[in-house]
Write a protein that binds this ligand. Sequence first.
Ligand SMILES: Nc1ncnc2c1ncn2[C@@H]1O[C@H](COP(=O)(O)OP(=O)(O)O)[C@@H](O)[C@H]1O
Ligand SMILES: CC(=O)N[C@@H](CCC(=O)OP(=O)(O)O)C(=O)O
Length: 263
Amino acid sequence: MEQLFVIKIGGNVIDDPEKLQDFLHTFARVKGKKILVHGGGKIATKIGHGLGIEPNYHQGRRITDDKTIDLVTMVYGGLVNKKIVASLQALNENAIGLTGADGNVLPAVRRPVKEIDFGWVGDIQESQVNTALLSALLQQNITPVFAALTHDSQGHILNTNADTIASVLAVALSKHYDVRLIYCFEKKGVLLDVEDDHSVIHRIDPPLYQQLLAEKKLFEGIIPKIDNAFAAIGSGVKEVLIGDSQDLAANTTPEITGTLIIY
Ligand SMILES: Nc1ncnc2c1ncn2[C@@H]1O[C@H](COP(=O)(O)OP(=O)(O)O)[C@@H](O)[C@H]1O
Ligand SMILES: CC(=O)N[C@@H](CCC(=O)OP(=O)(O)O)C(=O)O
């Protein structure tokens, strides 16, 4: 099967114009088929402050009330997505910006209320991905750029974590491509000591993951990121890695510098 890169770029990089441009330069030079997924949680929070919309999280997921869904639709689907697409066009990369509503490429189900009401947050499944549309775009050398938004098929946009979107797209497309899923963020990989960039853990399997959790070496966003990485590698994605956005060139070759997630 042909190779496909599904590449997710994290919020700290999107928030740093220089790092983002460096990343996009490298992304545009990656040969072969590729999809970019972006969040933008940090920018949404910043712009929300200015509008008097304060963030509210539960277990790393944003509780998304009526005002917040409008905020993130504007920020992820508008500002961030369109700036990235325009930058890629300037780099001769023919990109197309998508939310899950566009072309019904990623329908979702509003998360049912249990102890917590997450509001306009969408849960997704790999069987719902419109792989035919994505394959048709990829065959025409058009690169999809996904914002962290889905829809409920009843007229509402839903907010869905970008790491989860990348994992679900990678799994769905692994039926048609040899997929390498790459989580790019501002650190060199998963670190044994989060303050020490020289402490990259080069391979993580489930027992080591449990050990790192027990030793409290992992906290905040890296835990759901590794959970999404294991979900992908356990469901047909060929390779999953977590690395620095500035190391994308190496991480798209066999000379990986980040953390490989193995099953
Ligand atoms: N051991 C670790 N190695 C790397 N990052 C870690 C570790 N423990 C906690 N983190 C934190 O996890 C964050 C990444 O998660 P998150 O902010 O959700 O990523 P993204 O920017 O891709 O959305 C890092 O910025 C870092 O602060
Ligand atoms: C439901 C939920 O939490 N959605 C995320 C989507 C954005 C995202 O994932 O952004 P990063 O990758 O930059 O963190 C949020 O609104 O923060």
